[in-house]
Design a protein around this ligand. Sequence first.
Ligand code: FEO
Length: 185
Amino acid sequence: MKDLVRLKTSLTQEVEAILNEQVKIEAYSSSKYLAMASWCGEKGFKNSEDFFMKQAEEERAHMLKIFRFIGDAGGKPYSPEVNNIPHEYGSLRDIFEAALEQEIGVSHAIHRIVNVCRKVNDYTTEHFMQWFIKEQLEEEFIARRQVELFDVIGEGGQGLYLIDQAITKVVYDGAMVATEGGAAE
Ligand code: FEO
């Protein structure tokens, strides 16, 4: 019976499992960014709040994209359970450093999926994951530049106000993304 079920999908069990893991990771990112938005809003950092609200939506869209792919490929996507979301941070800088760390972790997870795809010759999933590789390039770039603002502007005096103003002005306009069918969303 199990073999018959496997006939319905081109995904190996290993690829299906690691894709479901990624669904969880994206869901976790979405919830984590929502908690960061809450912290920023509470402290009066309106632009940072808006930024993390938007990020939370984007991460949810990533989760749904992978969820849909698993189903379309004949596998079984699992609705993820998310817990242990941190809500307390020491400073605005801590938040943006944690966001950068989160994005670096996601990039590594995406690369692990591609490695598994290569191991089992799953060209379809590898091709699907290319969009995420490009997306991570953009998200890591923005997260790094945002962390740099803390040194460039400085946190003293009106620094935090100015950093919050600058947060949503950081954009990625890398040639690699712009020339390949438009920027990743
Ligand atoms: Fe979907 Fe930014 O990772």
